[in-house]
Design a protein around this ligand. Sequence first.
Ligand SMILES: [Zn+2]
Length: 287
Amino acid sequence: MNIVLTLVTFLLMAPVRAAEWPAACLASEPVQVVIRNDDICALSQVDWERKLLAVFRAEQIPLSVGVIPAIAADTRYKPEAKRHPLGEDDAIVRLYAQAAQEGWVDLLQHGYDHQQNASHAGMAPAKSSEFSALPLAEQQARIQRGRQLLQQAFGVTAQVFVPPWNNADGHTDLALENLGFQGLSDTRLWRFSATGKQPIPSRMIYFDQLDETLEQWYRQGQCQGRLPPETVVILYHSWEDYNDEGPKRLQGYLQRLKDSGVKITTISQALGLIPDRQLEEKTVVLQ
Ligand SMILES: [Zn+2]
């Protein structure tokens, strides 16, 4: 009896195993995946970032990174909170600048200070915003100031904007168009053109929804037919993996992605802003 109970308990506790997917089944499908790591900033912990970035490098998986130009010490509405410009942490700047120069990390602008504005004070993260409800001039000034800080740190002009909490409004779109941004990544991907903001067939998920997404694509384990084109952006926060299990957890997800054969790209590539590039074969020591 005890053995049966133990076995039942074990089975109930065992994680659900995803179906076995035919190797590289997705390789010829018009679907692709992007990993977007938000919240890199002057308060990121460079030792952990180095370890996690090394996992992407080892798996040869490209990464899009939302960089906060001047993180607020408190992201709740606290106008008096100290701001930390990216340049305060030279080690973080060097780490990501090098990966970007190697061509496998895509640098995006993630807001300005990532703090709730007055009209979102006290709101839960899902409803928070740094930008929504602010006047156009103020939004534009914040975005421009942030872009200049990133330019000073990395020597590149950000072309894609990622609003904190994925929340922005029509004034944000106008500000981005006025400043000549090419793209926007919130819960979908958007490309700015002469005719305005155009959606790219896309959606956003988290890593814990990866198996479910792969199941949808594989259609119950069968490799059949053509899928409609889409780009799935996996929203990742490396700070959640600042623990001893973090790099292993990440490596497991990346391995599943690779095993599926799906094309893994960056947001700038998905938006057609830069041509597809293969990861460089050479090994470069992260500093
Ligand atoms: Zn964020």
